[in-house]
Design a protein. Structure first.
Length: 391
């Protein structure tokens, strides 16, 4: 039984990276924060949640929380940092029992007991992939926040181990709250609906799909090389579709395509709206997701839920997501990736088997469970009666 204190503890949540507008910045961390905030009030009815957000949110989107909207243009990183370290730090002088910094950094002058979420340690492991100012702020702010926090939340066991190893954080202070997947990805789409979608998007009959921001650690040049190698070796009719917003330091992608003379078989539809993602996954012959490092890998989980055959990296967090419901390969070995693509795209039985396993695997990941684990971390940080349950 959960202990209910006589006075309802107030918990401040810094959700400034929550975005509801369509765009690549609304993916990833923003989606994790949104779904967690929707589930937390039910998981934590004995506490008062106050969410500091960038923009007004309809009461129907987030219920049973108090919203405190920041009026500064904190969608810009510099303004967000200024707000976090000044005005937000001042606001925390109120009587909050706990602060949850939902993306790496707490105010350096904060004295409120804190929990902080680390999604991955990419800025420590691959600092060359970050802009200098961003890298410096995360290196200083995130390190300090993690060391001062009573508890740290990560989104995979892999990210937990990275944090423990790189910062020498005691493992008992770090807890995993795996993301969930929305029910819409499990809903079937009729053949007629899918055909209409293909026609509306002018999609080729056969294609391999990637979904995600185009940034260096997503390893897209290697995927492109392997795809072109597989296509030419097996005379595959497939195209490669790289769906998602343009991120940063992506010049190598264009260089690789030009070098391979592959412009005609690689397509860039741009950012894909969340509502359309299930149709994209279901229309593809296979989904390829081969980052060299990933905190979790939401696109791979969504593809599994849709029944798309998944080819994923065998490093970082991807084995936790995919399990035996997809093929796993070394993301640094183009020949191995090419062979796996040929096998997957020419073997109907293998694709059908993976398509059946995917939804079963994906159903193990729910936002309700993520919120329950987060609520239990809060209770531990507040020294209430609770213990974080096993995964």
């Amino acid at each position: 039984m959960t202990f209910v204190p006589a006075v309802c503890p107030r918990i401040a949540l810094n959700a400034q990276l929550l975005r509801l507008n369509e765009g690549y910045r609304s993916a990833g961390i923003a989606r994790y924060i949104f779904h967690l905030l929707r589930e937390l009030p039910q998981a934590l009815p004995d506490c008062a949640l106050e969410v500091f957000a960038t923009e007004p949110l309809a009461p129907s989107l987030l219920q049973n929380v108090r919203l405190r909207v920041t009026r500064l243009p904190v969608h810009k990183p510099v303004w967000r940092i200024i707000w976090e370290q000044t005005l937000f730090a001042w606001a925390l002088r109120e009587q909050y029992a706990l602060l949850h910094s939902m993306a790496y950094v707490s105010p350096l002058l904060n004295r409120t007991p804190s929990v902080v979420t680390w999604y991955d340690a990419s800025f420590l492991m691959y600092p060359e992939y970050f802009r200098p100012f961003q890298r410096l702020y995360l290196k200083i702010g995130a390190r300090a926040s993690a060391r001062r926090a009573r508890k740290i939340i990560t989104i995979s066991e892999s990210s937990k181990q990275d944090l423990v190893r790189l910062l020498q954080i005691p493992p008992e202070r770090v807890h995993v709250a795996l993301p969930g997947v929305e029910t819409v990805f499990f809903q079937p789409v009729s053949a007629a609906e899918l055909q209409n979608f293909r026609r509306a998007k002018n999609l080729p009959e056969h294609f391999v799909l990637y979904v995600g921001t185009r940034e260096p650690r997503k390893n897209l040049p290697t995927l492109i090389r392997a795809f072109v190698q597989a296509k030419r070796a097996a005379r595959l009719p497939h195209y490669l579709i790289l769906a998602g917003g343009r991120g940063w330091l992506d010049h190598e992608i264009a260089t690789t395509i030009q070098e391979l003379d592959a412009q005609a078989v690689i397509l860039f539809p741009g950012f894909v709206a969340q509502a359309e993602l299930p149709q994209w996954y279901r229309a593809a012959d296979a989904f390829a997701y081969l980052p060299q490092y990933e905190g979790f890998g939401m696109p791979a989980l969504e593809a599994l839920a849709c029944g798309a055959p998944v080819l994923a990296s065998n490093v970082s967090s991807l084995p936790e997501v995919v399990g035996d419901a997809g093929l796993q390969v070394n993301p640094h070995a183009p020949d191995e990736i090419a062979d796996a693509l040929i096998y997957l795209l020419t073997n109907d039985a293998a694709r059908q088997e993976l398509a059946a396993r995917g939804p079963q695997r994906a159903r193990q990941f729910t936002w309700t469970r993520a919120a329950q684990r987060t609520a239990d971390v809060y209770r531990q940080a507040l020294n209430l009666n609770s213990s974080v349950p096993p995964l």
